[in-house]
Design a protein around this ligand. Sequence first.
Ligand code: UDP
Length: 240
Amino acid sequence: MDQAPVKWKKVLLKIGGESLAEGEGYGISFSRVRLVAAEIKDVKDLGVQIGIMVGGGNIFRGEAASKGGMDRATGDYMGMLATILNALALQDTLEKIGVVTRVQTAIEMQEIAEPYIRRRALRHLEKGRVVIFAGGTGNPYFTTDTAAALRGLEIEAEVILKATKVEGIYSSDPLKDKKAEKFDEISYTEVINRRLGIMDATAISLCMDNYLPIIVFNLQKRGNIKRILLGEKVGTIVGG
Ligand code: UDP
């Protein structure tokens, strides 16, 4: 069967924990996970190599815990464990619809997932498996956005697809400010200097230093990932 021409052949998809929860909510919503999995399956069917970095903010955030009096590093380790719960939920849902996956964790727990081994991840991708990266970078004081940039570079992804609940990057928060304007394109430095807050500065800097473009898009609109991969202008592209 002929494959549709795709613009991006290897991608790193960053899915924040909130995409796996209902509304702003807490926990894992299986109907949300099924929707996300269906989007990923469409991408697989295009023959694109896809790595996924999952967040954990729907379960636990170290920074919030430290504001409540917890030791920051301990809270961050709890946050990293939260990402592993999300990864297993996503893996199970993807496999139920016939997508072959592997979870690789940055913190070893070999009874439930492979440890992160770059060469093995590359091999899985070549074989058409979806690799779900869990546990962030494995280090406290980082975010899963930075982990997405890091793994994206390591697997030589051509682009980071950063899933959000809005159409792209705006001049201010579009959920709070009706005058917020959406950018179609923006430079890394502008995102950092204007503190647009779409990803943390460490993640943006890592992408900037290594010329890795980021596309920020709405994951809640069915078919968006596929549109991006087929070269349609969706969301905001960060580059320059
Ligand atoms: N975290 C960490 N190091 C990492 C990645 C994540 O310490 O490399 C912790 C951190 O506490 C963070 C939590 O894991 O708050 C969940 O990740 P994140 O906030 O990035 O998830 P998202 O917002 O994408 O759901």
